[in-house]
Design a protein around this ligand. Structure first.
Ligand SMILES: *Cc1c(COP(=O)(O)O)cnc(C)c1O
Length: 369
């Protein structure tokens, strides 16, 4: 790997392949895999990820918003793409780009049927989402009668899948709740399958669902965070490989005397002679102020160097007293020797928020052997 010469997020496609194969091995080989690539591929490089996953044989992609699906189509991605959270305003664009909407309420289902009719569609694939306890989006069990009427009353759309989302699949204390969600989903799905006379794909598992409830894989699983190398628990983290390494370099080194201060509001005051380094990465890049004032640190030539003072918009300062290093040396923020989960914890957050928060200003560099 060439040394970083500016702030970069390296994306390791070999690690992605490892994670994909590992997650696949957890479920029956007939189970389809839907790769969740919303939010720029969890903050990585969505087009590179989608292309690699296409090559690996993934069955489906999922994005959150319509615009994300349109970008993938513009980049030449031809896989089926589910849009998890479309608005009725987007429906023509969805059809014109061969995207498949998740329909989660009577209102959006009716609106989508009307749009599909208007654009003269037949059996347009849609995904019906059920609320089984997350209370975020989805039809409730008592709406199955209405759903049956709407779906059998038109040939403009056809249910490609029925699905639901688990609220706490990573949390063993909520095992009973999760099993109840799975049971409720099964009950709703079988009622509707009987009513419709055909069986769409059924799916409920996200990454932690695959790892902790593989018996609930049904016909398809939806994996996001696992593909990017995080398992939501230490044991699984060890089997997966984070695909991203966030690197930067030392812009400048300062020698401070006792009493000198560092950064805005003079938040750090040297209690002894101190060597500091300034790095070209700040809260506008996704390293928010929670990481400052000694709460987190970075890796400089194999040594831990705490972040001192307040994180600025475009820079942060670290204490490199006693560490051998020079201006221009590479610095690792997370990845490799510093697991992103551990780094995220120091900022009072989780891997999901840390990696999706690395802003588009940071250059993405694809690495593949
Ligand atoms: C984001 C999302 C996923 C992926 O979850 P992970 O925990 O990242 O695997 C799956 N399903 C839905 C509905 C989602 O919104």
């Amino acid at each position: 790997m060439p040394k970083a010469r500016e702030t970069v997020l390296e994306i390791d496609l070999n690690a992605l392949e490892h994670n994909y194969r590992y997650l696949r091995s957890k479920v029956d080989q007939t189970v389809k895999m839907m790769a969740v690539v919303k939010a720029f591929g969890y903050g990585s490089d969505v087009v590179a990820i989608a292309k690699k996953l296409t090559g690996l044989g993934v069955d489906y992609l999922a994005v959150a918003y319509t615009s994300e699906g349109v970008s993938l189509r513009k980049a030449g991605i031809e896989l089926p793409i589910m849009v998890l959270h479309p608005q009725s305003y987007n429906f023509e664009e969805i059809i014109n780009n061969c995207l498949e909407p998740s329909l989660y309420s009577e209102f959006v289902l009716k609106e989508f049927i009307a749009t599909a009719k208007k654009l003269k569609q037949k059996h347009y694939p849609v995904h019906i989402k059920f609320n089984t306890g997350l209370n975020r989006l989805g039809f409730s069990e008592k709406e199955t009668g209405t759903l049956k009427e709407l779906l059998t009353g038109t040939d403009a759309v056809k249910a490609a899948s029925f699905f639901s989302h688990l609220a706490a699949s990573e949390d063993w204390k909520e095992r009973e709740f999760t099993l109840e969600q799975i049971y409720t989903f099964k009950r709703i799905a079988s009622q509707l399958v009987d009513a419709l006379g055909y069986r769409p794909l059924l799916h409920i598992c996200n990454t932690s669902g695959i790892l902790n409830y593989p018996e609930a894989a049904f016909d398809m699983v939806r994996t996001g965070i696992g593909l990017y190398g995080f398992g939501n628990e230490q044991q699984e983290d060890q089997r997966l490989q984070p695909i991203g390494t966030l690197k930067t370099i030392i812009s400048q080194i300062h020698e401070l005397q006792k009493g000198d201060s560092v950064g805005y509001n003079r938040a750090f005051i040297a209690s002894k002679p101190t060597k500091t380094a300034t790095l070209p990465i700040g809260h506008a890049d996704g390293i928010n102020r929670q990481y400052g004032n000694g709460r987190a640190g970075v890796i400089v030539n194999g040594n831990y160097a705490p972040i001192i003072g307040n994180v600025c918009m475009d820079m942060l300062m670290i204490d490199i007293t006693g560490i051998e290093c020079e201006e221009g040396d590479e610095v690792i923020i997370f990845g490799g020797p510093q697991h992103a989960t551990a780094f995220a914890e120091k900022g009072n957050t989780i891997s999901y928020e840390l990696i999706t928060g690395i802003s588009q200003r940071v250059k993405r560099v694809i690495v593949e052997k």
